[in-house]
Write a protein that binds this ligand. Structure first.
Ligand SMILES: [Zn+2]
Length: 168
């Protein structure tokens, strides 16, 4: 293991989200609802990375991500890798992939958009126009959103905040 990896404690069991675009770790935790988990988290912001210059990394004990969280991360940080850890070993490593079409995850903010109709609830659907910088378009009302304008559908609340944060 390289010296860089040693800067953040290894976890016994849980998830490591690595190669997050620098500065996006907290956004990801917030939008995926992971910051509501009561589990121990270690967050590295602006860690040196040979591949990307700087990156963020998040380690969460005893938490494995669901499909929705993986999809959210792929939208927020398409270079991210997600490793599942058991007994301090990586048992599975996945690279997230930006979808071409994003269904259900994101809210359209146009009031008159059909996806906001109460009479006939319809799942939101966005086309990815550009990956970097991200640009997506609502297939119903054609409104275009940039990364900082995206609103994810709210997840159920569990309470609790980030327990530990280290500055690297
Ligand atoms: Zn719309």
């Amino acid at each position: 293991m390289s010296q860089k990896n040693l800067r953040i404690d290894r976890i016994q069991k849980g998830t490591v989200i690595d190669h997050i675009d620098a500065g996006y770790a907290l956004t990801i935790l917030n939008l995926t609802g992971l910051d509501e988990a009561s589990n121990l988290m270690t967050i590295g912001v602006n860690v040196s990375s040979q591949k990307y210059g700087k990156k963020d990394i998040v380690k969460i004990e005893n938490v494995f991500l669901d499909e929705v969280q993986m999809a959210q991360i792929s939208i927020l940080s398409p270079n991210a890798t997600i490793s599942l850890i058991e007994n301090y070993e990586v048992i599975e490593k996945k690279k997230v992939e930006m979808p071409r079409i994003i269904k259900k995850l994101i809210v359209c903010e146009t009031k008159t958009c059909i996806s906001n109709s109460n009479k006939e609830p319809i799942d939101t659907e966005f086309k990815v126009l550009e990956e970097k910088p991200l640009k997506i378009q609502c297939v119903y009302c054609d409104r275009i959103y940039k990364l900082n304008e995206i609103k994810f559908k709210p997840r159920r609340k569990k309470g609790k905040r980030v327990k530990q944060m280290i500055q690297l």
